[in-house]
Design a protein around this ligand. Structure first.
Ligand SMILES: Cc1cc2nc3c(=O)[nH]c(=O)nc-3n(C[C@H](O)[C@H](O)[C@H](O)COP(=O)(O)OP(=O)(O)OC[C@H]3O[C@@H](n4cnc5c(N)ncnc54)[C@H](O)[C@@H]3O)c2cc1C
Length: 427
């Protein structure tokens, strides 16, 4: 049977030790079978277990193999499209409910880390950096918008102030969110998996779901076994493939790449990011970066539509890093990897139910560390019969990509080129 390892990332190299987890052999029965052990699956499992459900997770590779174990580690609040866009799309009542939830994911992460004593280098403080006055104007209205929903740990920064928190001369200002922050993403997933097991949940690794038998008593088929369950949660996100064809039509896997420098040493690291905040800029195709606990710089950016793996990641990302920090020109890159996130046309999450008992949440389009933790809670509530918050997400409209499966990649790349050109020209 296939044994899919982690990609050769900094995170895999610095992962906390974990017990071996067997593949599923034979037939088992449970209340909820979850497909995928990323944050969506693990967060759902934890909320369900805490509420008395029996849970089994089948994971095609290893816990945190997907985006959850490869991401920039940035705890970013709200959604990939903000609450004002949601308001224009679905009206004030539903937007009010979604707005109230927009800052919950970050709180869930902090609660989990504290409750289960998860060692994942959690740090507070995230910066949104503006490169143009238009972006600064957007941050000003974002602050007003977020404050309307009770989120008030925010500080607007002018050019002088942002220079105190990040040694990059390109920014004209920014916004600091002290309830943002950063984590070692794989160690967060591994800690959550250990918490799942401590509550009696079972995780089968190297166990892809190859078919879902739908009906009143659904069954998840795997290469050497099957899971009979009352409910199924599909949490495979960008790595799901075509297991659930109706989901694939309205979403597109995209790759984004990350590099990690050699350790910079305390002094150099402190000159780049003196308070150890994480940073993302406000471009459509954004750059994001932060320090690790051993004082390396992790830098990510760029999007490959259709999720083809680029041949030379360092050649794509290093120039972006040097544009932000020319002082790193002699620094060696120790790790480079790619990971897939799932894009929807609206850039809002795709949430819903198929029949009575198959639930899904996916497609948070790049900003998913906080949303996926919230999604687990909202899915668990729905399975317990409290579906008001689930329905607010499920009511978000979704559309197939223009050009269908054949042309969605070039069409989206043209769209992204247009938006990045607007960013570069500052309008
Ligand atoms: C490189 C990168 C950087 C990012 N940086 C950030 C960031 O800094 N901040 C932020 O907020 N968001 C970021 N994101 C997005 C964020 O990581 C994701 O939104 C989030 O982790 C998605 O979690 P998930 O559990 O839904 O999916 P995943 O973590 O991708 O998990 C899905 C899991 O399902 C498994 N699976 C798939 N199909 C099957 C099957 N048939 N059977 C069994 N298992 C299956 C996969 O193996 C995988 O482990 C980034 C994403 C990437 C790729």
């Amino acid at each position: 049977m296939a044994n899919t390892p982690y990609p050769q990332s900094y995170y895999a190299a610095s992962a906390n030790p974990v017990p071996p987890r067997p593949a599923l052999q034979g037939e088992v029965e449970t209340d909820v079978c979850i497909i995928g052990a990323g944050y969506t699956g693990l967060s759902s499992a934890l909320f369900l277990l805490e509420n008395g459900f029996k849970v089994s997770i089948v994971e095609a590779a290893k816990v945190g193999f997907g985006a959850s174990g490869r991401n920039g580690g940035q705890i970013v609040n709200s959604y990939s499209r903000d609450i004002d866009v949601i308001e224009r799309t679905v009206g004030p009542k539903q937007a009010q409910l979604l707005g109230q939830m927009a800052f919950e994911g970050g709180r869930i992460i902090r609660e989990r880390v504290a409750k289960y004593d998860i060692q994942c280098d959690l740090k507070d403080g995230g910066v949104f950096a503006a490169l143009t006055s238009k972006q600064m104007g957007h941050l000003e209205s974002q602050k007003r918008l977020w404050e309307r929903f009770g989120h008030n740990q925010l500080e607007l920064m002018d050019q002088k102030r942002i220079r105190e928190v990040v040694a990059c001369d390109s920014y004209i200002g920014g916004m600091l969110d002290m309830s943002g922050g950063h984590i070692h993403p794989l160690n967060l997933a591994l800690g959550e998996a250990a918490a799942v097991e401590s509550l009696g949940g079972i995780i089968y690794e190297q166990t892809p779901a190859v078919r879902i038998e739908r009906g009143a008593n659904p069954v998840v088929h795997t290469p050497q076994g099957k899971v009979r369950a009352k409910f199924i949660i599909v949490a495979g996100n960008a790595y799901l493939g075509n297991l659930v064809p109706e989901l694939a039509a309205k979403s597109m896997p995209c790759g984004t790449q990350v590099i990690t420098t050699e350790p910079l040493g305390e002094e150099l690291a402190r000159t780049l990011l003196p308070q150890d905040y994480c940073v993302e800029d406000c471009n459509y195709l954004l750059d994001y970066y932060r320090l690790t606990s051993d004082k390396r710089l992790i830098f990510g950016g760029g999007v490959v539509y259709g999720a083809r793996d680029p041949a030379n990641i360092e050649a794509i990302i290093r120039p972006k890093m040097l544009k932000a920090f020319p002082q790193l020109k002699d620094v060696k890159i120790d790790y480079a990897w790619t990971g897939n996130f799932l894009l929807t046309l609206s850039r809002l999450p795709q949430v819903g139910r198929i029949g009575d008992n198959i639930y899904y949440s996916q497609g948070c389009s790049g900003h998913g560390v906080t949303y996926t933790h919230l999604a687990g809670k909202v899915l668990a509530e729905a399975l317990r019969g409290q579906a008001e918050r689930f329905d607010a997400f499920a009511g978000l409209p979704h559309y197939p990509f223009p050009g269908g499966q054949m042309l969605r990649v070039p069409f989206s790349a043209i769209g992204a080129w247009y938006y990045s050109l607007r960013d570069r020209l500052g309008f």
